[in-house]
Design a protein around this ligand. Sequence first.
Ligand code: GLN
Length: 449
Amino acid sequence: MKSYIAEFDTKEKPKDYYNKLLENLKEKNRELNAFNNFNDSLHGGFPFSVKDNICVKGVESTASSKILKTYKPPFNATVVERLQKNNFGFLGKTNMDEFGFGSFGINCEAPAHNPFNSDYVAGGSSSGAAIATAILKYHVAVAESTGGSISSPAAFCGVVGFTPTYGVVSRNGLIDYANSLDKIGFMARSAIDVRKVLNMSTGRDTKDTTSLDVRLTDEPKIQFSVINQLMNGLDGKIRSAFDKFLEKLKGMDYKVNYVDLKEIEAAIPAYYVISAAEASTNLARYTGFKYGFKVNDFSKKYNDFFTEARKQFGAEAKRRIILGTFVRSASVKNRYYIRALKVRAMLNEKMRRILRESFIVSPTMPITTPKIADIEKLSPVQNYALDILTIPPNLCGLPHISFPYDYIGGMPIGAQVIGEHFNDYAVISFVENWERKFKYKFRYNIGAL
Ligand code: GLN
């Protein structure tokens, strides 16, 4: 267990520390596409990066979408303000799947590359946040998850990724994907650093009516539940590494028990119906008038004008608009949207029952890190199916953490622990214990940073 934040405070820094950092990072970024832009005026504080769908005043914030090119928000997201007040210095905006639509960091203009091997994906949608955390020694990432966008890249890049209970971190300044699901969270190289940034960022914010003023708890559990249905679709190598991990848990005096939760199989369709429905209304505001890309030619006919603007969206964004508009249309909404809400409520109830007695644990992703070329071949439905382990806690607004626990073929793999609502510190504490017990050391380092 090591706090890079604490170490940084006490470390003597060479005069041109920040210039060197930016220089090295820009060089590395040519290969990995982790950052969309850099803050060249960074001269102090603990460096933090911000996912490109979170607003930083005066800095281009595009959510990696062409339609938001040139958009510079006139204000800071609350989370950015809070970190800056705690002597953190803004480093740059990180790459992502356009608006958060994706799990592999490739649904954008410049696909992200895994820092361990650039033929492989970095995960997504917070791809750049995870790469930055992997390659920078002194740094934390502000990221965002709607349905697994923190866990997935954290696992593929071998870093700790934490997603809080819904409402615990203000969403003010977030470019919305699906408001009832979006959560701002963090990535770091150790669990203790996640705890520190969470601590600085929580609390009621009058600018976000869904933000909450609750005391987060740290109630440990001695039992871990494994959901049988989630184990069925695992890649063989992931399964055997995970079985070894469960043995290690038992060695730490935790109990492991297997439970059935048949309904979890409905999590993916429910999630994609709800998230697309919300996304399709959120994306309606990008018309070529107000934010980012401007059409400017007012002699165009009505349809031509909007077509010109909205053809800036990438293929996945267009797919979500069409799907979302369909599922909430009057003639079918009971069949899709309303039914998906019922699935969500039922799953929430069942997961909470399991979580009263235990944490829920699983691998973070069902497959080992895939090659970029292989993911490009998948159909959308095959792609969505790979979210099966990360969607359930997101659909239910539950706090969860992904952390690296082993390597397969030189690439890191992650496990994910889910806790009860507002018991956020407990899942972080568990990972701290695990890091302490196994003397976990982060393996990747670009050296100079
Ligand atoms: N892969 C999921 C999606 O495409 C989750 C993305 C996210 O959490 N932003 O919707």
